[in-house]
Ligand binder design. Structure first.
Ligand code: GLU
Length: 476
């Protein structure tokens, strides 16, 4: 059975597919030939779980999404001081291929081409004549680094590389301008060659989602467990992606979507929600800024529907499950009656309790739901204990309510222990939201499933209810 998250992702990809506006990049033949209908979406959660939809295994060239990765590699190797001497961190407000430099002649930031070419120049030896062999060697190191971020060995698209190298007059002009300003310490041809190669690496949306989750996790790849980017470097890269990542529309992007992101003319977008998840999207038709049209639309949906804006402040979303135990292991208080105690001794292995904590948002609810669903064969009754939850956002509420539906279908029982009425308050707030129906699209995860599970104000009440359910089940 598809999980609620899978169903939601199918819903938004179906909704966004309809938009066929924009055009594929055509500055080189290889990009002009791609299937314009291609569309893939992947989400990688902080624990490495991946959800994929559509063309998530189709490979396309990473293009400008390489920029934050090479910047991370340069910072990892050389540290802030040396990198900051050569590249600024200010949004340029100009097109990505402008020669934007500041008063120290540094490219304004590493997300524009001037900054990206300068970034790779820092990976090369500071000599005027760099051999092809040396560029090849540095490129191998770069591929190893990118691959560690993606958790899979990435490969070069040699046709795209060949075309990029033979048509790149503008980038050549940028590299030689930087050289003439005296800020490039290596051979400009070698820097260009390395830059064209990095842009021509092939990735899938699953790769981008894992790279995004690696950045979200402070540089530790959640699939491999390896710390591939230093934590301070991940923080810096996310900051620069936030202010300079989406070409020239940064302000609008931060206010409306609120996810550090980078797009590329190959049709990819990588977005990341710090501490929580990474997103990879592919759809090659681009808008006039060079961003994937469906990619932008998909990000807007994800951010709004799932409450993923980075300033949707919440706590502890990564440690939502405080503990899981069989009810037989519950520590019984003085106030428990003989009947409750008697039942507890017989129901071992049939009732599982999921104690949640913190503020419940999409990521936390996703991991709780995944766990409750994975265990479904191991219990008859699931008790979700919300006693330690202070706030539950609309998305998390719908997700928690869906547990009832899922278990009902299997003849099992879902129950909630909610002494402070957090769930009920959230449902009531939702009813008020309905006054402005446009705010809540019913088909999204914010949509309302009106059936509340059995809600109890204490674990003892839940236990009596579980007993009644099991007696009825046995009788029936
Ligand atoms: N290879 C392309 C260039 O440097 C990448 C552009 C992009 O993705 O923005 O022009």
């Amino acid at each position: 059975m598809a999980s609620l998250v899978d169903r939601y992702l199918s819903h938004i990809t179906t909704a966004c597919t309809a938009d066929r506006s924009g055009a594929v990049a055509d500055y080189i033949p290889e990009l002009a030939q791609v299937d314009p209908e291609g569309y893939g979406l992947s989400l990688c959660m902080h624990d490495g779980q991946i959800y994929s939809r559509g063309d998530s295994t189709v490979e396309f060239t990473i293009q400008s999404i390489s920029k934050p990765l090479s910047y991370a590699m340069a910072l990892n190797r050389l540290g802030y001081v040396r990198v900051d001497e050569k590249i600024g961190v200010e949004p340029s407000g100009e097109a990505f291929n402008e020669i934007s430099v500041d008063d120290r002649m540094r490219p304004k930031n590493p997300m524009i081409n001037a900054g990206a070419i300068q970034t790779v120049s820092l990976l090369l030896p500071p000599v005027r004549d760099v051999s092809a062999q040396t560029v090849g060697h540095v490129f191998d190191e770069l591929v190893t680094f990118y691959s560690a971020c993606a958790g899979r060995r990435l490969a070069l698209d040699s046709a795209v590389y060949g075309s990029e190298a033979s048509t790149g007059s503008r980038n050549r002009a940028i590299a030689y301008m930087l050289d003439s300003f005296g800020v490039m310490d290596t051979d400009p041809e070698a820097a260009l060659d390395l830059y064209y190669r990095q842009c021509s690496l092939r990735v899938t949306t699953d790769d981008l989602a894992v790279i995004g989750a690696t950045l979200a996790n402070g540089g530790a790849n959640p699939r491999t467990g390896r710390q591939v980017i230093a934590q301070e470097v991940a923080q810096r890269v996310l900051s620069v992606m936030t202010t300079c990542g989406m070409y020239d529309g940064a302000g609008d992007w931060v206010t409306s979507v609120g996810l550090p992101a980078k797009s590329g003319v190959g049709g990819g977008i990588l977005a990341t929600l710090p501490g929580q998840l990474g997103i990879g999207i592919y759809s090659p038709r681009l808008d006039r800024h060079g961003n994937s049209v469906r990619g932008i639309d998909t990000c807007r949906h994800l951010s709004t529907d799932l409450g993923l804006h980075m300033f949707n402040l919440n706590r502890e979303s990564r440690v939502t499950i405080r503990s899981i135990y069989d009810i037989g292991a519950f520590e019984v208080g003085e106030e428990w009656s003989g009947r409750e105690r008697g039942y507890l001794s017989t129901c071992r292995d049939q009732v599982k309790v999921y104690e949640l904590q913190g503020d419940l948002t999409f990521s936390g609810a996703e991991s709780a739901l995944r766990r409750i669903e994975a265990d479904m064969d191991d219990y008859v009754v699931a008790i979700v204990d919300l006693s330690r939850i202070d706030v539950i956002d609309p998305v998390a509420r719908t997700m928690m309510l869906s547990v009832k539906h899922t278990l009902d279908e299997r003849g099992q029982l879902a129950m909630v222990v909610d002494p402070d009425g957090v769930l009920r308050a959230s449902v009531e707030r939702h009813r008020e939201d309905q006054v402005v129906p446009d705010l809540v699209a019913p088909e999204t995860l914010r949509g309302f499933d009106p059936t509340l599970p059995h809600v109890h104000s204490s674990m003892a009440d839940a236990v009596i209810d579980a007993e009644a359910f099991q007696l009825e089940r046995r009788a029936g």
